[in-house]
Design a protein around this ligand. Structure first.
Ligand code: PMP
Length: 362
C-alpha cells in the first residue's frame, strides 16, 4: 500500500486512521449482517442500531439535553441555508445574521428569499480579517432568530464563545468546527454542520434542533424541507446516506475512546498554538491573515508569504514532501492549513519543520 500523506485539506478532510481501518475490516461483512453497511436496508434492525448509537454517542459527547433532536440529513450545509429560514422565520419573518465570511453571506442570500434580513454586523469592509465584537452587534429583539457561523473556513476566524443574543433563538453553522470542543448546546436553538470536516465523509448534514423550533415548521413546506417531518421519522423519512452515518458513528466512538471533547480541545489548542507561534516568530516571513489574535481559528490556520510566486513554490515543494492541501481557498489565495480533530500532531510538526527549512533556503 502507498504511504498516506499529511492531508491539510479544508474538507472533505482527514479522518482518523483507526476509523478507516475499522471501516475497511467491516467493508464486506458488518457484524452478523452478512453484508456491507452500504448494502443493507435503511429500515433494517442493524441500521436502526447504527443510527441510534450514533445519536446516543453524539448526545454523550456534547451533553445534548433531552429536548433536542439529532438529525442526519442531506444537501450539505448549503441546504440548511434555506431550511433554517423556511422553517424558523415563521413568527415574524425577520431574522438577524452576523456576517463573518463567504459562508454567512451565502446563508443571508437564501434567508432573503424568505423574509427580512437584518445584518447585525459584518466585517466585510475589513475583508473578514476579524470577527465583530459583541458591542458592534445591532440585534433586533423581534428577530425570529440570530444566525452566525462559528468558524470561517476560508478566512480562518473562529468565535471563542457564542454571541450574546438575549432571548432570541441562536442558530449556528458549525460546519468547520463542530466537536472541536465542548459547547453548551442549551445556548442554541439549532446547530447545523456538514459532516465532511470534523465528523466523516461528505453527504451528511448534522442538525441539532430544539423541540420548540420544530413546532415552527409549517405544513405548507415541501416535505424534505420540513424539520418536523425529519424529527417524526428520526431521519428516515427517505433513504439517508447510510454509509456516511455509519462512518460518523465510528468517528464519535473514536472521540469517546480518546478522552472526549475536552481532550480533543486540548490537543487542538496545542496543534494550532505551535503553528501560530512559529508564524508569529518568523520575522514576518510568514504572516497570519487574521488581525485580531483572539479571533484566530483553531481549525483553519490561514497565512501568507511575501509574494504569490513564493507561495506557489511553497505549495509545490510541500506537496512533494507529503504535506498536501495547503493552498488557500480559491477566492482568497494564500495558504491554509486545516488541522481538524483527526489531523495528527506529527503533521503539524512536519509542516513547521518544512516552513523553517523553506525560509532558510528562500
Ligand atoms: N458553511 C461552512 C462554514 C463551510 O465551511 C462550508 C463548506 N466548506 C459550507 C457551509 C457549505 O457546506 P456544503 O458544501 O456541505 O454545503
Amino acid at each position: 500500500m502507498k504511504k498516506r500523506v499529511f492531508n491539510f485539506s479544508a474538507g472533505p478532510a482527514v479522518l482518523p486512521e483507526e476509523v478507516l481501518k475499522q471501516a475497511q475490516e467491516e467493508m464486506l461483512v458488518y457484524g452478523d449482517a452478512g453484508m456491507s453497511v452500504m448494502e443493507m436496508s435503511h429500515r433494517s434492525k442493524t441500521f436502526d442500531d447504527i443510527i441510534k448509537e450514533a445519536q446516543n454517542d453524539l448526545r454523550k459527547l456534547l451533553d445534548i439535553p433531552e429536548n433536542y433532536h439529532i438529525l442526519f440529513l442531506q444537501g450539505g450545509a448549503t441546504l440548511q441555508f434555506s431550511m433554517v429560514p423556511l422553517n424558523l422565520m415563521n413568527p415574524t419573518k425577520k431574522a438577524d445574521y452576523i456576517v463573518t465570511g463567504a459562508w454567512s453571506k451565502k446563508a443571508v442570500k437564501e434567508a432573503k428569499r424568505v423574509g427580512e434580513v437584518n445584518i447585525a454586523a459584518s466585517t466585510e469592509e475589513e475583508n473578514f480579517t476579524r470577527l465583530p465584537r459583541q458591542d458592534e452587534l445591532k440585534l433586533n429583539p423581534d428577530a425570529a432568530y440570530v444566525h452566525f457561523t462559528s468558524n470561517n473556513t476560508i478566512f480562518g476566524t473562529e468565535f471563542k464563545s457564542e454571541p450574546e443574543v438575549g432571548d432570541v433563538p441562536l442558530v449556528c453553522d458549525a460546519s468547520s468546527d463542530i466537536l472541536h470542543k465542548k459547547i453548551d448546546v442549551s445556548k442554541y436553538a439549532l446547530i447545523y454542520a456538514g459532516a465532511q470536516k470534523n465528523m466523516g465523509p461528505s453527504g451528511v448534514t448534522l442538525v441539532i434542533i430544539r423541540d420548540d423550533m420544530v413546532q415552527r415548521s409549517s405544513d405548507d413546506l415541501h416535505t424534505y424541507l420540513n424539520y418536523s417531518i425529519h424529527v417524526s421519522k428520526n431521519s428516515l423519512y427517505n433513504t439517508p446516506n447510510t454509509y456516511g452515518i455509519y462512518i460518523i458513528g465510528l468517528v464519535y466512538k473514536w472521540l469517546l475512546n480518546n478522552g472526549g471533547l475536552d481532550a480533543m480541545y486540548k490537543r487542538n489548542v496545542e496543534k494550532a498554538g505551535w503553528l501560530y507561534d512559529y508564524i508569529d516568530n518568523s520575522d514576518g516571513y510568514y504572516k497570519g491573515t487574521v488581525t485580531v489574535k483572539e479571533d484566530r481559528s483553531l481549525m483553519n490556520v490561514t497565512f501568507r508569504m511575501q509574494s504569490e510566486e513564493l507561495e506557489k513554490k511553497f505549495i509545490a515543494e510541500a506537496t512533494e514532501r507529503g504535506l498536501v492541501g495547503l493552498k488557500g481557498h480559491r477566492s482568497v489565495g494564500g495558504l491554509r492549513a486545516s488541522i481538524y480533530n483527526a489531523f495528527p500532531p506529527e503533521g503539524v510538526e512536519a509542516l513547521i519543520d518544512f516552513m523553517k527549512e523553506f525560509k532558510e533556503k528562500n
